[in-house]
Design a protein. Structure first.
Ligand code: PEP
Ligand code: MG
Length: 745
């Protein structure tokens, strides 16, 4: 290997042009590997492979022989991106005979892909007359040579190779993911973790390179330890798992040894990382198992991180780089805090390979109003920074380098959405009153400070649900009293006099606070969460209440308690709140009024509604949880989440029962689950008697439009009849009613 490195270095050092260098390379490699043939094929824009240099085949075939995409063993190597090692090439079913090259007399063939940052540039081939299986070392020699060739091609040194360069990342393509935050965005790709391009391949001083590699590996290992120890803990569970896998790989002896060996053979530390990455990728790609594909992505990420350490670009995400004004951010995984690190004004869209709709980054993307797609496997390897892209979070599609027709179609869509937004914006100062004169209160759900501007923009009546746990989830450590007070104060200030209902911590279940000890629970949704945790850890609860009391000063405070399952839990929560109120009064000016309400999300309360109503100042139905428990269908599991309909008689009868109980006790009632944000569902809720809804900010316009086209008296009568006689879901009947009555749903 060292000999090869020396020769390659000598060739690179000579003042000749790219073609002459390729010719010399094939000659040298053929000689050193005792092969009759050595050839270089480079990829053209259309995916075909053109013979660019050869030792052993007819030279007249150079620049004439072209293999179609996937043609022959060489094409196969290019398609799969892995080495092809064939002792009997000419009898292989994939062999493609090209008379002009005179190659049929050769038996064995070894082809390796010429790769650059994962993109395929061409194929390097050796052939022998005698049938043989090439050794591991032969493969390594060719892979190293392929890297040197890639370097030449990318540097533009190979005349005429322009058309052959990396078609991989130049053609339009589409990736299907899952929408995690609605919207459509046209813009340009920015990779959250930028790639490092290795330019210096051959080492001048092997020992110095060894030392560089060792230092970089150590730095990588300790940065992963650090992230897992401190900052990483602030991130969502899925992120932690990824980091743990990285750490495992970063200590993998096999990986470290291979890179060390490559440096000993004369590669620079960067080139060693890349070569090992390429060859391990090839090996893993051969396994058709999703597990190995996943590990390959881990390894790619880790290698990229190591390259960044070597390039001195540690911690360098793109957040503080010069972003285009229409950034579409692409990340494998992204924590909510990392997303908030970006300048919102420049972010149009987000694509995350891993994030699901329940992930924390999805919550933040929604709060920021960015079109976002998760579960978009394979995006990273298909894009480069600067590529045009469209994020269609209506259908979950990502269009990369879209054709002009696709861009036009989407520009129309974006204009249509903008017109609709314009229409909703025009309704901002119009009250949601039905045609027969009933005023419906319309609030927004919020959870972060960045949500608050939506209140004024939408013209909603207030914040019907402020999910305080989001702030806790984003913080690396438990927010102290002062910090909490400051946040609540800022929220109240931004609400500009409109009411805000603060929900106390709803953690546990899927919402994990990394700094609070987690108990292994078999059914976390039914586990130690929300008010249960608050009552068992009163100090935590009281600190939060104290912060809220301080934040409102002498104003009014509305506190809502989540996941209450018995009326007595309300008594216990209120007792703690009362104690804090007493302390507040002693301390100085205290709130003029504190209202304590409950979320109604646990079915047991349905059978104790009178007792509950007597203990609360208001009730808000959390239909997301109430229906998940009622139908025993996990809201976060897409396999079961759609097994029931929110408009089924079972669900609507339950809701009617709640409306009746609240009316009996004159308790103000609201509903703040997702169903309230869908116009048809909102219509049904109003028909049942709800007069207050809390929806995500984007739903205010559509729901208000529906309300303004509605005649409540007619709807109420119709719904009552349907509920008494109906079965299963009432969706079709309600749709028909809406259509017949020209209700805008
Ligand atoms: C609900 O359960 O309906 C609700 C609004 O609360 P969350 O979605 O935060 O559980
Ligand atoms: Mg809930």
């Amino acid at each position: 290997m060292r000999v090869i490195m020396r020769r390659l270095r000598a060739i690179m050092a000579e003042p000749s042009d790219g073609q002459a260098r390729l010719d010399k390379i094939v000659k040298q490699i053929a000689g050193l590997m005792v092969a009759e043939v050595c050839s270089i094929y480079l990829r053209r824009q259309d995916g075909s492979l053109e013979l660019f240099a050869t030792e052993g085949l007819n030279t007249s075939a150079v620049h004439n022989t072209r293999l179609k995409r996937g043609e022959g063993l060489v094409g196969r190597c290019a398609e799969l991106g892995v080495p092809v090692n064939e002792p009997e090439a000419s009898s292989h079913p994939a062999f493609s005979y090209r008379p002009e090259t005179g190659e049929e007399i050769y038996h064995s063939l070894l082809a390796v892909p010429i790769l650059r940052g994962g993109a395929l540039l061409g194929v390097l081939v050796v052939q022998n007359r005698t049938p043989k299986v090439y050794s591991e070392e032969d493969v390594e020699v060719l892979e190293t040579t392929a890297m040197v060739i890639a370097e030449q091609v990318v540097a533009g040194a190979v005349a005429g190779a322009g058309a052959a360069i990396a078609a991989e990342r130049t053609l339009p393509t589409m990736v299907q993911g899952e929408s995690i935050s609605d919207g459509i965005a046209l813009g340009h790709i920015v990779l959250h973790e930028p790639r490092v391009v290795v330019t210096n391949l051959i080492a001048d001083d092997v020992e110095a390179e060894q030392a560089r590699l060792e230092t970089a590996v150590q730095a990588l290992q300790s940065s992963l330890d650090d992230m897992l120890g401190h900052e990483g803990l602030a991130r969502a569970g899925e992120h932690r798992e990824v980091l743990e896998t990285y750490r495992m790989f970063a200590h993998d002896r096999g990986w470290l040894k291979r890179m060390g060996d490559a440096v000993k053979e004369g590669l620079t530390a960067e080139a060693a990382v890349e070569r090992v990455q390429n060859s391990m990728r090839a090996r893993m790609m051969r396994q058709n198992d999703p597990y190995w594909r996943e590990r390959q992505r881990d390894l790619d990420d880790l290698s990229d991180r190591l390259l960044r350490v070597l390039a001195g670009k540690t911690g360098g995400t793109a957040a503080h780089s010069d972003l285009p004004g229409d950034t579409i951010l692409v990340a494998r995984t992204l924590g909510p805090a990392e997303l908030l690190d970006y300048d919102r004004a420049k972010l149009r869209g987000l694509i995350v390979e891993d994030g699901g709709s329940q992930s924390h980054v999805a919550i933040v993307a929604k709060a920021l109003g960015i079109a976002a797609i998760g579960q978009a496997a394979g995006v990273i390897e298909r894009v480069s920074t600067g590529d045009a892209a469209i994020v269609d979070a209506e259908s979950g599609q990502v269009h990369i380098r879209p054709s002009p027709e696709v861009v036009n179609a989407y520009s129309d869509k974006v204009r249509f959405r903008a017109r609709r937004q314009h229409k909703y914006a025009a309704l901002r100062d119009v009250a949601p009153v039905t045609k027969d004169g009933v005023r419906i209160a319309l609030h927004i759900n919020a959870g972060l400070l960045v949500d608050m501007p939506h209140l004024a923009e939408s013209g909603a009546d207030g914040v019907g649900l402020f999910r305080t746990e989001l702030q806790f989830m984003l913080s690396p450590t438990l927010p102290r009293l002062d910090k909490q007070t400051e946040v609540y104060r800022a929220i109240i200030a931004q609400a500009g006099g409109k009411p805000v209902v603060f929900r106390t911590l709803d953690i546990g279940g899927d919402k994990v606070l990394p700094y609070l000890r987690r108990h292994g629970e078999e059914n976390p949704a039914l586990g130690w969460r929300a008010v249960r945790m608050s009552l068992d850890r009163p100090a935590l609860f009281r600190t939060q209440v104290r912060a809220m009391l301080r934040a409102v000063g002498e104003g009014e405070l509305k506190i809502m308690v989540p996941m209450v399952s018995t009326p007595s839990e309300m008594d216990a929560a209120r007792a703690l709140i009362d104690k804090e109120m007493e302390l507040a009064r002693k301390r100085g000016p205290a709130p003029s009024c504190v209202q304590v309400g409950t979320m109604l999300e646990v079915p047991s309360l349905l059978y104790d509604l009178d007792a509950l109503m007597q203990r609360v100042d208001f009730v808000s139905v959390g239909s997301n949880d109430l229906l998940q428990f009622l139908f025993a269908a996990d809201r976060a599991n897409p396999l079961v989440a759609k097994r029931y309909d929110t408009l089924s008689v079972a669900a609507l009868r339950v809701l009617r029962q709640i409306v009746d109980a609240a009316a009996r006790h004159h308790v103000p009632l609201n509903l703040c689950g997702e169903m309230a944000g869908r116009p048809l569902e909102a219509m049904a809720l109003i028909g049942l008697g709800f007069r207050s809804l809390s929806v995500s900010p984007v739903s205010v316009g559509p729901v208000k439009t529906m309300i303004m086209s509605l005649d409540i008296a007619r709807l109420g009568e119709h719904l009552r009849a349907l509920l008494d006689s109906g079965r299963g879901t009432l969706r079709p009947e309600l749709e028909k009613f809406a259509e017949g009555d020209s209700i805008e749903i």
